[in-house]
Design a protein around this ligand. Sequence first.
Ligand code: AMP
Length: 115
Amino acid sequence: MSEPSIFTRILQGEIPGEIVAQNEHVFVLRDIAPQAPVHLLVIPKTQRYRDVAELAAGDPALLAEVVAMAGRVAAEHADGDYRLIFNTGAGAGQTVFHVHAHVLAGGLEEKRLVG
Ligand code: AMP
C-alpha cells in the first residue's frame, strides 16, 4: 500500500482543505492556488489510479463520474461552462500522482489555450 496522497489526507481530515462536494466515489476540493476565478479539483476517493490514462483503462465508469461531477460543480460555482484539465506526467506539470481533474471556470473567454 502506498503512502496516502495529500488528497487522501485531506479527505480523511488529517490536513485542512475545503471540500465543496462529494458522493460515494469522488470528492471536490477547492484548489489552494487558484488559476481561475473558480478552480476546483475533482478527485476519485481511491488513490489507486495515478493519472487519467490509468483511470480510463482501469475504471471508465469512475472517469465518467469525475466528468459528471465536474459539470455539476461548474454549474453550482459558475455559469456551467468550464475547462477540464488532467495534467498527465511530471513533464506536463503533474505534481500529485492521485488522479484529479482541474475544473477551471468563470471569466475564461479571453484566456483561450488553443484555437
Ligand atoms: P497537478 O499539478 O495537476 O498535480 O495539480 C495539483 C494541484 O493540487 C495544484 O493545482 C495545487 O495547487 C493543488 N494543491 C496542492 N496542495 C493542495 C492543498 N493542500 N489543498 C488544495 N489544493 C492543493
